[in-house]
Write a protein that binds this ligand. Structure first.
Ligand code: ADP
Ligand code: MG
Ligand code: MG
Length: 877
């Protein structure tokens, strides 16, 4: 029978799929002997069942009762019992952390009776008991009963009348409880549920439901977290940080998640509960000051942090509460960090002997490397600095100031760069944060919502710039010295230093890009990148080539570590001044005229190839013969028609118009292009092959590989290959001749195709289009967002190779191709070649190389190394 509930003593950190990250790590800490309150976890499997069937699975209630009973026995208290209540929290916790996206309810078990019992437990502390009760109704009302949280906030604010929440006394809080109960009655037509078990049952279902809350869906899509995982639920005995000033709650990191520096990073709030720290209710104090307030808890916390770092062998973040001098651990996980910190920490851990260099390679990702390749502000220019906050998430962002998420989305949709400025952010700001280039807040520390979410998304963020007076209502902020910045004004924020500048500050290449361009490593970060990249290069099996059409791109590709060109498109060799010749080619009325046009193109193309071969200096260059339909090179039909209608056309233009009409295709993607052109227009491919061969003769060591596009049948390939082989032999040039595999038929008949091909290169853009039967340009805007919403795919198949469909075709072609020709060379040249997950696929499928745009080469090198070290481990994100 299925088991849906695990006590903390039964789980461990590797059970994240089942127990969620929070539950798995609470179990791990429990088993390490750390002070964790007793508790148990309802599995994500139960959640999936509930979401699919609309009801909790059979037997769940019974299992929960058993585990609750054991917990009650152990604590010597019964849930919500009037004179001496056990209280619990009901906490969400999915496999991947989704900060603030889902729900948690604290103080479950309180009602009009047990509130007195709680006060008695705390030595007659009524204030604490009523404070806990009002928190329960507030959280329960908002998350379980779906009441607008503002209603509670407003009642609380009115009562506070400018005071702090800690200034409210017992009688006032008791009154607030009545007010809150009234709100519940008004909004739901029912009384706040007094039965503790009912409170718990409803809270569990609310947590399950929160998996599909709109903001959770949005966050998952942004972070590429699969939609069908569901969340686990943790039931944890309450410990109280709001009993008085000898109590409190805090969050901490074992290292700085911004820079990776070792030290003590965290925030603490006295006399407070759970959410207060992150929500910015009152100003937190730096964790270091806890030493003064409660030395023994502080020392214990530092010891635990060290234990956790050594155990997880990584940066951990933690949540803790101190109840009257006793420290409790409420959460830990391997913490999110900035891209720079990820590289620094990985190599620091190597130096500390905690992990190997190979592990360090697996600890960083290609996406993080991309982050580090973003430009930064030019240090050489004059800047007008108006404030400095905390460097919460690095990067350089420039944009127009907006003060609300709606406005951010609106302007971003119009193509504007915006900076979202808020006093602090909350989960409802997610859409604005996604739309913005950067985020600036005037309150909150490195553990605030803005900071955590921005770091997770790799978005530039400066937080806690306290000198700024932000007025959301007036849509402006004031900086020291009377500087007023209104909505629409441009600012620049530096998430690496925390600085805020007025106006647009120019950006320059990142130090990491300069390093790839050949500069010696001269700081910590670049040295860390250098060490990890070297190791990745040593261990990877996949070669990495570039998609490059010009000598400039080719040169950059080499500098970035490319080992050849996997796709040199020749389209541009028919553009510009040469369009003229293409027009002549199309209009040619006989063999002679056509050959004349081709003869004129040949030396021009040859010169292009010479440059590219020179730039690649002996590395292989895969040249793809012309691929797009010829009418793409002709003038626009509309222009021509207008001119024709007004009678301002030359004879040639009239002929062209006729040609354009004649060549018109309903579905050009599936029309006369690729190898079909080569077969229909005599001499076209021959001209290109000759140009390649002549260029190769001129550049010693050149290694051309000639690639035929859009082949579907071996017969097509045979026809053009014979001609090409003849030309190469005549000129005494050696070159491989191979084909793209980009039609499903080519993949399915790869055994035959390989008889005529010395190499395959998977053109996964076309292969994806043809396998799915949709054209990229038409579908991405039209309905992809709907498909993502419906979970038909978790990520666009144009971004990440679709393993099940397209990937299967690739595997078939690899297997049958190699069977027919054991030394068949295999590569991929679609845009997927630079996508981390797709690189892992290519490794697993046994390709020889990936080819991608020059800028993605470092990413592909790193991911190829990671793929070689471990099969794609989704936990390392
Ligand atoms: P999130 O995933 O949003 O961080 P959590 O489930 O961790 O939500 O809970 C929110 C806050 O409540 C955290 O600060 C947590 O430490 C606190 N909390 C949760 N359970 C308990 C408990 N049993 N006793 C005291 N505080 C708790
Ligand atoms: Mg938490
Ligand atoms: Mg193609």
């Amino acid at each position: 029978m299925a088991k849906y509930v695990y006590d903390f003593t039964e789980g461990n950190k590797d059970l994240k799929d089942l127990l969620g990250g929070k539950g798995a790590n609470l179990a791990e800490m429990t088993n390490l002997g750390l002070p964790v309150p007793p508790g148990f976890t309802i599995t994500s499997e139960a959640c999936r069942h509930y979401l699919a069937e609309g009801a909790v699975p059979d037997g769940l209630e019974r299992e929960v009762s058993e585990h609750l009973g054991a917990m009650e026995k152990r604590m010597g208290k019964v849930l919500g019992q009037a004179d001496d209540p056990l209280l619990v929290s009901v906490r969400s916790g999915a496999k991947f952390s989704m900060p603030g996206m889902m729900e948690t309810v604290l103080n479950i078990g309180l009602n009009d009776e047990s509130v007195h019992g709680l006060a008695k437990q705390a030595g007659g502390n009524d204030r604490f008991a009523w404070d806990s009760y009002r928190r329960l109704i507030q959280m329960f009302g908002k998350t379980v009963l779906d009441i607008d949280g503002e209603l509670f906030e407003h009642a609380l604010d009115t009562l506070k009348a400018g005071r702090q929440d800690t200034d409210l006394d017992a009688a006032e809080l008791q009154g607030l409880v009545e007010t809150f109960k009234g709100i519940v009655r008004d909004q739901t037509g029912k009384d706040f549920p007094a039965d503790p078990r009912e409170q718990m049952r409803l809270a569990v279902m609310a947590v399950f439901d929160s998996w599909n809350a709109p903001r959770a869906i949005l966050y998952r899509r942004q972070e590429r977290i699969p939609a069908d995982l569901g969340t686990a639920v943790n039931i944890v005995a309450m410990v109280f940080g709001n009993v008085g000033n000898d109590s409190g709650t805090g969050v901490a990191f074992t290292r700085d998640p911004g820079s990776g520096q070792q030290g003590i990073y965290g925030d603490y709030l006295q006399n407070a509960q759970g959410e207060d720290v992150v929500a910015g209710i009152r100003n937190t104090i730096p964790l270091q000051e806890l030493e003064r307030l409660d030395k023994s808890s502080y020392d214990e916390l530092l010891r635990i942090m060290e234990t956790l770092e050594n155990h997880y062998r990584d940066l951990c973040d933690i949540e803790f509460t101190i109840e009257r001098g006793k420290l409790w651990m409420l959460q830990t996980r391997v913490g999110k960090r900035t891209a720079g910190a990820a590289f620094r920490i990985a190599t620091q851990l190597v130096d500390q002997g905690l992990i190997t260099l190979d592990e360090a390679v697996t600890r960083v990702t290609g996406d993080q490397l991309v982050q580090l390749m973003f430009p930064r502000f030019d240090s050489g220019t004059e800047k007008k600095k108006i404030a400095k906050g905390m460097n919460a998430s690095p990067g350089a962002a420039v944009g127009k100031v907006v003060f609300s998420s709606e406005r951010a989305v609106e302007l971003a949709d119009q193509g504007e760069d915006v900076i979202l400025v808020r006093r602090e952010t909350n989960p409802d700001d997610l859409s604005g944060m996604i739309a913005a280039r950067g985020i600036l807040t005037s309150r909150g520390g490195k553990t605030s919502h803005a900071a955590v979410v921005a770091r997770g998304m790799g978005k530039t963020c400066v937080c806690g710039a306290e000198e700024l007076e932000v007025s959301i209502a007036e849509r402006r902020f004031t900086a020291p010295g009377g500087v007023v910045v209104k909505e629409g004004d441009v600012i620049s924020i530096d998430g690496t230093t925390g600085e805020v500048f007025l106006g647009e500050v120019p950006v320059v290449d990142s130090a990491v890009v300069e390093y790839f361009e050949g500069r010696e490593p001269d700081d910590d970060l670049v040295r860390a990148v250098d060490r990890i990249m070297r190791r990745a290069d040593e261990v990877r099996r996949l070669g990495v080539r570039a998609n490059a059409d010009t000598a400039d791109d080719a040169a950059r590709a080499r500098r970035f570590g490319g080992e050849g060109i996997g796709l040199c498109r020749t389209e541009h060799m028919f553009l510009g001044e040469r369009r003229q010749l293409v027009e002549d080619l199309v209009l040619a009325s006989g063999d002679e005229e056509r050959q004349a046009a081709l003869d004129a193109l040949e030396p021009l193309q040859k010169a292009d190839f010479v440059e590219i071969f020179r730039a690649m200096d002996g590395q292989p260059v895969t040249v793809r013969l012309i691929d797009p339909p010829l009418h793409e090179f002709l003038p626009d039909i509309v222009d021509l028609s207008i001119k024709a209608a007004t009678g301002e056309t030359s004879e040639k233009q009239r002929d062209l118009l006729a040609a354009v009409k004649r060549l018109h295709e309903e579905n050009p993607m599936l029309g006369l292009r690729g190898v079909r052109l080569g077969l229909v227009i005599p001499g076209l491919f021959a001209m290109q092959v000759r140009a390649i061969a002549q260029a190769a003769k001129e550049v010693p060591g050149a290694k051309p590989e000639i690639m035929i596009p859009l082949v579907a049948a071996v017969q097509e390939l045979e026809a053009v290959r014979e001609e090409a082989a003849g030309i190469l032999a005549d000129l005494g040039v050696e070159a491989l001749v191979g084909t793209m595999i980009e039609t499903p038929r080519a993949a399915l008949t790869a055994g035959q195709v390989a008889e005529a091909a010395q190499f395959f290169s998977f053109g996964t853009n076309d292969l994806t289009q043809m396998t799915w039967g949709f054209s990229r340009d038409d579908v991405e805007a039209a309905f992809f967002s709907r498909y993502l919403e419906l979970g038909i795919f978790g990520v666009s198949p144009f971004e990440t190779l679709d393993r099940d469909g397209v990937g299967r075709l690739v595997r078939i072609a690899v297997e049958e191709g190699r069977k027919a020709r054991p030394d068949l060379k295999l590569g991929i040249c679609g845009e997927h070649g630079g996508d981390p997950d797709s690189v892992h696929f290519c490794h697993e499928a046994g390709l020889d190389y990936v080819s991608c745009s020059p800028f993605r080469i470092p990413v592909a090198r790193l991911e190829a190394g990671r793929a070689a070290l471990a099969e794609c481990d989704s936990d390392t994100r």
